[in-house]
Design a protein around this ligand. Structure first.
Ligand code: G16
Length: 543
């Protein structure tokens, strides 16, 4: 075994996006690509010598090989210890938890989240900080700068480390602790939730279906929902993680989780349905014949979290990303809670959670979480829902109806235009930006523009400023359209259009969201010239 120094040259495009660096797998597998980025992480965090890290990933294609490279590089650069999930597997929230309970100097998570996996699909790497949360922009900028200057990296030349057995081993003097990916996470969930109440609910004939989408939450959901809480075997489906997620998109939304939608909208469907994504941080919630939007789910959890032991003293405050619907704000106003609006990206919640300003937060992109870790957490959201259902003894549909009649309903939909040519997408946003001053007061598709601006965020804790976080158009009466480009895609640009309208008349609360939003959709198209710029007449995905 020997340490070697490999000469390299910078590789273009290693700029982390909304959540780490995501590229096509074959790009990551190209010569020096992964190694350059890992070396840039070491430089960006001020070196890895003497440090302890957590390492794991969602098990997608190349996860196992990448883990070996990262371990050999950590050892060659003098890391003290790496705590690795068995077979290099860890869900993102479980990795965040391990970083926190072991007080490590951070961790590396290998995942491209809900993007498909396989040699022709996507791979990703991100660094999480000692608080367990995604690196903030200050650090990702340093990593990117390092990637533009990197000239060499150190790596051990040696055999693979056996990661299949739980226990301690070592690599060139660096300790390696292989841990059960599920145990510590399951123990944390047991502390937060009323497992006895959930057990009673699941023992009473209440049927659930959890779709792990062939991704990382399979083993977690089997252990917690079936083995610990007593859901009948088979309640967790697609539970064995596979490197290409069974050939599907591990994205818990009505489009990609079609199988679950069909089951839940059948006459004999289960009482509760849920799904999670590739790395286990997203969630989708369903009742029989009911789909709960992520924004509504966040609002319902905020209104009812006190039914779970971990939150029985009430919430410190709540936060949502800017494009997320303002259903949460209505709950916060009614309960007298502070409500923060942050840019898209879980990393922006970290300071608020660390400072104790908020204890629950979420995003329209199917992410909900709390101060128990510093990542969004799919299975946590499912367990909080089950805890609430167990205590309230109501169906999901009843909970939604009660919520809307108490707080009002925010109709909401996101329209995605995928793989748009980058120049065309940028031109659309630039044109919108250029006319913001002239929009207020104009009438479009029967709506009058009240406000138009570009969202920027000043972090109330560290004072950092983040600009250009989405164009917001507010209409008289409370409707809203938001435009931004995704920071997680790997092909061209994805234009996201977020559409919302508020309804407080109880007689009008049960409409289909697309029809309820028809005039907002038309106004958004007209204001942004979506068809003119992109040539598209329909979005690729509506959620
Ligand atoms: C990531 C981020 C989320 C963000 C989502 C969508 O989720 O962690 O905070 O909301 O991407 O981002 P964008 O709209 O820029 O594509 P995940 O689950 O992909 O890690």
């Amino acid at each position: 075994m020997q340490r070697i120094t490999v000469q390299t040259t910078p590789i273009e495009g290693q700029k982390p996006g909304t959540s780490g660096l995501r590229k096509k797998t074959h790009v990551f597998m190209g010569p020096h690509y992964l190694e350059n980025f890992i070396q840039s992480i070491w430089i960006g965090i001020g070196g890895v010598e003497g440090k302890t890290l957590v390492l794991g990933g969602d098990g997608r294609y190349f996860n196992d090989r990448a883990a070996q490279v990262i371990l050999r590089m950590a050892a060659a650069s003098g890391a003290k210890k790496v705590i690795v999930g068995q077979n290099a597997i860890l869900s993102t929230p479980a990795a965040s938890n391990l970083i926190r309970i072991n007080g490590t100097d951070g961790g590396i998570i290998m995942s491209a989240s809900h993007n498909p996996g396989g040699p022709d699909e996507d791979f990703g790497v991100k660094f999480n900080m000692p608080n367990g949360g995604p690196a903030p922009e200050e650090v990702t900028n340093k990593i990117f700068e390092a990637s533009q200057k990197v000239t060499s990296y150190d790596i051990m030349e040696t055999q693979d480390v056996d990661l299949s057995e739980i226990g301690e081993t070592e690599l060139a003097g660096m300790e390696i602790q292989v841990v059960d990916p599920v145990a510590d996470y399951a123990a944390l969930m047991e502390k937060l939730f009323d497992f006895d109440a959930i057990r009673l609910l699941l023992g009473s004939g209440f049927r659930i279906r959890f779709d792990a989408m062939h991704a990382v939450t399979g083993p977690y959901a089997k252990a917690i929902l079936e083995q610990t809480l007593g859901a009948p075997a088979g309640s967790v489906v697609n539970a064995v993680p596979s490197p290409d997620f069974g050939g599907g998109h591990p994205d818990p939304n009505p489009i990609w989780a079609k199988e679950l939608m069909t089951a839940m909208f059948s006459s004999e469907g289960p009482d509760f349905g849920a799904a999670s994504d590739g790395d286990g941080d997203r969630n989708m919630i369903l009742g029989r014949n009911v789909y709960v939007t992520p924004s509504d789910s966040l609002a319902v959890l905020a209104a009812n979290a006190h039914f779970a032991p971990g939150y029985e003293d009430g919430l410190k405050g709540v936060a949502r990303s800017m494009p997320t619907s303002r259903a949460l704000d209505r709950v916060a106003a009614a309960k007298g809670l502070d409500c923060y609006e942050t840019p898209t990206g879980w990393k922006f919640f970290g300071n608020l959670l660390d400072a104790g300003r908020v204890s629950l937060c979420g995003e329209e992109s199917a992410g909900t979480g709390s101060d128990h870790v510093r990542e969004k957490d799919g299975l946590w959201a499912v367990l909080l829902w089950l805890n609430i259902l167990a205590i309230k003894q109501q169906s999901v549909a009843e909970i939604m109806m009660g919520h809307w009649s108490e707080f009002g309903r925010n109709y909401y939909s996101r329209h995605d235009y995928e793989a748009v040519e980058t120049d065309k997408a940028n031109a659309l946003i630039d044109e919108l930006r250029g006319k913001l001053d002239t929009l207020p007061g104009t009438s479009v598709s029967g709506l009058t523009v009240e406000t138009a601006d570009e969202f920027a965020y000043d972090d109330p804790i560290d004072g950092s400023h983040t600009g250009q976080q989405g164009i917001r158009i507010g209409f008289e009466g409370g409707a809203r359209a938001v435009f931004r480009l995704s920071g997680t895609g790997t092909v061209g640009a994805t234009l996201r259009v977020y559409l919302e309208d508020v309804e407080t008349d109880p007689m009008n609360m049960h409409r289909d969201a697309q029809s309820a939003l028809a005039n907002v959709i038309a106004a958004a198209d007209e204001i942004a010239g979506i068809t003119r710029h992109t040539g598209r007449t329909e979005p690729d995905v509506k959620t």
